[in-house]
Design a protein around this ligand. Sequence first.
Ligand SMILES: Cc1cc2nc3c(=O)[nH]c(=O)nc-3n(C[C@H](O)[C@H](O)[C@H](O)COP(=O)(O)OP(=O)(O)OC[C@H]3O[C@@H](n4cnc5c(N)ncnc54)[C@H](O)[C@@H]3O)c2cc1C
Length: 422
Amino acid sequence: MNKRVAVIGAGWAGLAAAVTLAERGAEVAVYEAARHVGGRARRVEIRGKALDNGQHILVGAYHETLRLMRQVGVDPEQMLLRLPLQLVMADGFRLRGYGLSPPLDGLLALATARGLRLAQRWRAILFALRLQRSGFRLPQDEPLAALLERHGQDGALRQALWGPLCVAALNTRVEEASAQVFLHVLRDTLHGGRGASDLLLPRASLGALFPEPAVRYVAERNGAVHEGKAIRRIERSGDRYVLDGEVYDAVIVATGAQHAADLLPEGCETVRAQIEALDFQPIYTCYLQYEAHVRLPFPMLGFRYGLLQWVFDRGTLDGHQGLIAAVISARGPHEALSNEELANAASATLQEVLGHPGAPQWHRVIAEKRATFACRPGLERPDNETPLPGLYLAGDYTRSDYPGTIEAAVRSGIRAAALCLA
Ligand SMILES: Cc1cc2nc3c(=O)[nH]c(=O)nc-3n(C[C@H](O)[C@H](O)[C@H](O)COP(=O)(O)OP(=O)(O)OC[C@H]3O[C@@H](n4cnc5c(N)ncnc54)[C@H](O)[C@@H]3O)c2cc1C
């Protein structure tokens, strides 16, 4: 008989698990508390436009995410704008890849970076070569800032290159970010094979990239996705589980970490303690609607000073002409500002970049207070397996090489499904 499996949470981890289970013939029921699937990477409607709760950057190294997108019928090459490694700052700093094989491409990008002095470029190349020689492994994890300092990666190297990359990848500032996890990201992007360091920017709302087609995929394979259905309790019945009056052979808890801790039944105290030790970092997104002709000089532009870190041109990306999305990641003084103050600050920064386009017609701030876990050195992340047979965890926060990202969530979902089926 086919296994009956319940998945709690229809974020990217839960849906990756559900797709994997449905593909392998399990009978899957997914429960999602919200009225829409996608979790922290979801479609939101603003003024009749299909937008996102936050701007998401994928990279060529997201192999499992790209594979599952294809599996549910989405063509990544059509739905994602692929740009060879590019880091473009509003103040003129620019690093770009040439589409060569690694490690040559990364080294050449550093050698030709605009906005760095010759000595700085040379120091960055030496650092990259040292990392490569070490296999991107540190004897002991430490804050990235300490590693950078030891290797002379200060000044513009830290402000324009490593700092922004670290916040973009780990959503944690260099002072407190795990150097080891950052090196895993560098290993898989700069040394992960041709195309691994390409930026993949969504050309449609996030829901269309995977969550919504995944729901259809599961439904077509004898599964069900119940939206607007929060699970409050997981009860045990012998070696099976009861959720909402239904009996299941196995359960995958694919909620965000904070909700998982509340749901875990007796017998999971050590896992709960690990989850409760996690701390979270915010991401704020401010949408600013200008007149339709207003455009950024590049689809994704960075700032090394001030409040904003990245701005995205939604007109270029998915046809929302004149719409700019400004992003502020990780902890910082901006958390004390009201939405109105944030929008005014974003608009003031954009004035110069956009050639004084006037005030935006409207703005909307979306604050994701627990966007990802804080990716600190030596963090003990919980495993997919819990002490209870048939009960598994999935989510971007479970044990992984990766920070809290879509790829970490997807890999975690696939692993939890494999454990269920083993
Ligand atoms: C603004 C923002 C920007 C980001 N940018 C990037 C980026 O550029 N690149 C990148 O790779 N990653 C990015 N991330 C991180 C990425 O979105 C997350 O790592 C990923 O979406 C986490 O997926 P998940 O499935 O693990 O968890 P979640 O998305 O949190 O999914 C959990 C789901 O469980 C549901 N749930 C909770 N409790 C219950 C319950 N009791 N019953 C039923 N359902 C429940 C929730 O509603 C939710 O849908 C960003 C995140 C944010 C917020």
